[in-house]
Design a protein around this ligand. Structure first.
Ligand SMILES: Nc1ncnc2c1ncn2[C@@H]1O[C@H](COP(=O)(O)OP(=O)(O)OP(=O)(O)O)[C@@H](O)[C@H]1O
Ligand SMILES: [Mg+2]
Length: 374
């Protein structure tokens, strides 16, 4: 097709292309009933003039944490004005002012001026509003690790959770959301004593669950008969082996785009194969970008090693580079496994048969290439 044909070509395989956007909120949200209930239980007291329960929401990437929070907040806002729910993306808003501007905006409908108004005034306006309207406040801090990297977490927690000390009767809560296995950040003593959260775990999806979700997404996004069951199955298999549902959704979208570029009314095997080539490395780069320095060092040692690695030997190599205890080494190794960058298997040998071998799940050269690109 020439350029004009491409631009004016109005046949499309997409019934609703938004369904493949990263911020699309699906109406139907299967396999997350218990987590949604747990979130509702945390908010419930606030609807009855009590205090919301603080929560930590944990789980690997693309397990539906952000979606769950947004859906539950939407639900609450539809049914009651007794609670103000504010969702904050801490990748974007990393400062105390940034976070409170978002809360202010949610309450007053516009952001506060960036200059000329002291923080204390903005804070006061927010808390006085809550107090005089007898409304509770629940703040979801998504990807909260960013607040810790920038060292802003303690102040923000303190400001939100201890508001009742200066503003009588104000009821506030925090949902901290993190793509990890545990909440391993340490808060200051005076925050720790008031942030005793309920843990809500988003366990990884099984292959069957991914299949359900991807099938449904394809149904919403594509016209009927655009993609065959076999190709959907291939995409599901790939998403499931990478442990990342988002990979499956991306593959659907890219395959659709490639089919359109080919002026094809259906997605063919070659489109999926072409799409697969691009998503693998995008996904790996994304994961590598999220690693901390010590996680990168350990991955680098694993990448450069020639044979199967015994965890004990690996620790010795790691200790030479980073001053680390075995416990923190173990935690870093578990994190790499959790991110599905490595597999570990018990060998049955060693003390109590606890010795593990570590196997890299990606081609070492591919890892190096992606590392260089970030
Ligand atoms: N149960 C589900 N049903 C339908 N779609 C889902 C479900 N769980 C996740 N998704 C979809 O998967 C994608 C990732 O979900 P989401 O962004 O909520 O995950 P997350 O746990 O916040 O990931 P991250 O840790 O990377 O922030 C989104 O497109 C979302 O619509
Ligand atoms: Mg998220």
């Amino acid at each position: 097709m020439d350029i004009d044909d491409i631009l004016l070509y109005d046949e499309t395989v997409f019934k609703n292309i938004d369904a493949f956007n990263p911020d699309y909120i699906p109406k139907h949200f299967p396999h997350r009933k218990s987590q949604m209930e747990a979130l509702a239980i945390c908010i419930r007291p606030a609807l009855r003039n009590g205090r919301p329960v603080n929560a930590v929401v944990l789980g690997s990437c693309a397990t539906g944490k952000t979606t769950a929070i947004k859906k539950i907040f939407e639900n609450v806002q539809k049914t009651s004005d007794k609670v103000i729910c504010v969702y904050i993306n801490c990748q974007i808003h990393t400062t105390r002012f940034g976070v409170f501007s978002q809360i202010y905006q949610r309450i007053f409908g516009h952001t506060p001026p960036e200059t000329g108004v002291p923080f204390s005034r903005i804070y006061q306006n927010i808390m006085q509003h809550l107090s005089s309207h007898d409304q509770a406040l629940v703040v979801a801090l998504d990807d909260i690790n960013n607040l810790f990297y920038k060292k802003n977490a303690n102040k923000i927690f303190y400001d939100i959770l201890r508001a009742h000390e200066a503003f009588e009767g104000v009821r506030t809560g925090v949902f901290a959301i993190l793509s990890d296995i545990e909440f391993r950040f340490v808060l200051d003593k005076n925050v720790n004593s008031i942030f005793i959260p309920q843990e809500i775990i988003f366990n990884p999806y099984t292959r069957k669950e991914m299949e359900d979700i991807l099938k449904e997404r394809a149904k919403i996004g594509f016209y009927s008969d655009v993609i065959s069951d076999e190709l959907l199955d291939e995409i599901t298999e790939y998403a499931s082996s990478s442990g990342d549902l988002r990979v499956g959704i991306d593959l659907l979208r890219i395959s659709g785009n490639l089919a359109e570029a080919d002026a094809s009314k259906t997605i063919e095997k070659k489109h999926v194969e072409e799409a697969l080539k691009s998503t693998g490395s995008i996904n790996l780069t994304y994961t590598l970008k999220s690693l901390s320095d010590d996680e990168k060092v350990l991955l680098d040692i694993i990448r450069q090693s020639e044979d199967d690695l015994i965890a004990g030997n690996l620790y010795n190599a790691f200790r030479k580079k980073m001053d680390s205890s075995y416990a923190s080494f173990n935690r870093i190794l578990n994190k790499l496994e959790f991110l599905r960058l490595v597999d570990t298997q018990f060998t049955g040998k060693g003390v109590k048969g606890n010795s593990r071998i570590v196997i890299l799940r990606f081609d070492p050269e591919e890892i190096q290439k992606c590392m260089n690109s970030i």
